[in-house]
Design a protein around this ligand. Structure first.
Ligand code: DGY
Length: 318
């Protein structure tokens, strides 16, 4: 009989699947699990189901000598020291696929919000200030005929590209390798170098994983390459953007705006961003639909169950 520790609240259908593997203990609160409680529970755990707010490092693994699998309820796994897990024979899994549409929807929503100044408009109405329609009030930028530059053409990048095409945008992308010819043709997307993407795109969307290689990929130099009427959208991970440099670029007119779902020091947000009308800020809601969070929990649970049964994980992280 296996013991599974779930380090935070997840939807019940995930817990039900986990119960087929054995005894399940879960932290049933929204605030983070205290380290001493976590370590006590991990002492005889065979599987840990983790959230992106958990740091799975040597300290975590030291507390869990029996662990066979860490099943992260997220597609991103930068919160996990994968090498340290593998060195101890602990499998790592994630939840790709099931959050693709929700995250691409959010990227599209942020793009519309920032280009059409919807956050500003909402704040104006809620402020109670008098307003009336006028020809030049809060003019934004249309998307038709504009270029979307996608950095990281995985499943989410492709899904966002498809949405942007429906809004009349053309697509270029930067990726380690070209996507298959059928996808390029379907999206009418062209592979370009990062510099060309930054210099020619009206909207630059970050859809790549976070790693040492993508830390501060959008820094002062990258922002300098962008056009003053261009926008940055980040639904990937906060530290891909140098937030201080972004604040300067937004403040000085280096770029037109930014739509951010993720932050460099999450949950803290650079105070400069809070003052800027051309920044749309939402609290890491990319996968936050009822259906998606349930699907993520179920997939993470299936991953844990498979490994505990001695079978290959559905979504192993290599
Ligand atoms: C993920 O799965 O990595 C997302 O950031 C969760 O919303």
């Amino acid at each position: 009989m296996s013991r599974v520790v779930v380090t935070g609240r997840i939807p019940d259908d995930g817990l039900e699947i986990l119960r087929t593997a054995g005894e399940v203990w879960s932290w049933e609160h929204d605030e983070p699990i205290p380290v001493d409680v976590r370590n006590e529970q991990l002492a005889d755990a065979d599987a840990a189901v983790t959230l992106l707010t958990d740091r799975v490092d040597d300290a975590f693994l030291d507390a869990a000598p029996r662990l066979k699998v860490v099943a992260n309820v997220a597609v991103g796994y930068n919160n996990i020291d994968v090498a340290a897990c593998h060195a101890r024979g602990v499998a790592v899994t994630n939840t790709p696929g099931v959050l693709t549409d929700a995250t691409a929807d959010l990227a599209m929503a942020l793009t519309l919000m920032v280009t059409r100044r919807l956050g500003e408009g909402e704040r104006l109405i809620r402020s109670g200030q008098p307003w009336k329609w006028s020809m030049f009030m809060m003019l934004g930028a249309g998307l038709q005929g504009r270029q979307l530059g996608i950095v990281g053409m995985g499943a989410i990048g492709e899904a966002f590209a498809a949405r942007a095409r429906a809004f009349g945008m053309r697509v270029v992308y930067h990726n380690r390798r070209a996507v298959d010819a059928e996808t390029e043709a379907r999206l009418d997307a062209r592979l370009v170098g990062l510099h060309e993407l930054l210099e020619t795109s009206d909207v630059v969307s970050l859809n790549c994983p976070y790693s040492d290689a993508t830390h501060h990929l959008v820094d002062e130099a990258a922002l300098d390459r962008m056009r003053p009427d261009a926008y940055v959208i980040n639904t990937a991970r906060g530290p891909i953007v140098d937030e201080a440099a972004l604040v300067e670029a937004l403040r000085d007119g280096g770029i037109a705006g930014a739509g951010l779902d993720v932050f460099e020091h999450e949950p803290d947000v650079h105070p400069g961003l809070l003052e800027l009308d051309n920044a749309v800020l939402v609290p890491h809601l990319g996968s936050a639909t009822v259906e998606t969070r349930s699907a993520m929990a179920r997939l993470a649970a299936r991953n844990a169950v498979e490994v505990l049964a001695g079978r290959p994980a559905v979504n192993p992280v290599a």
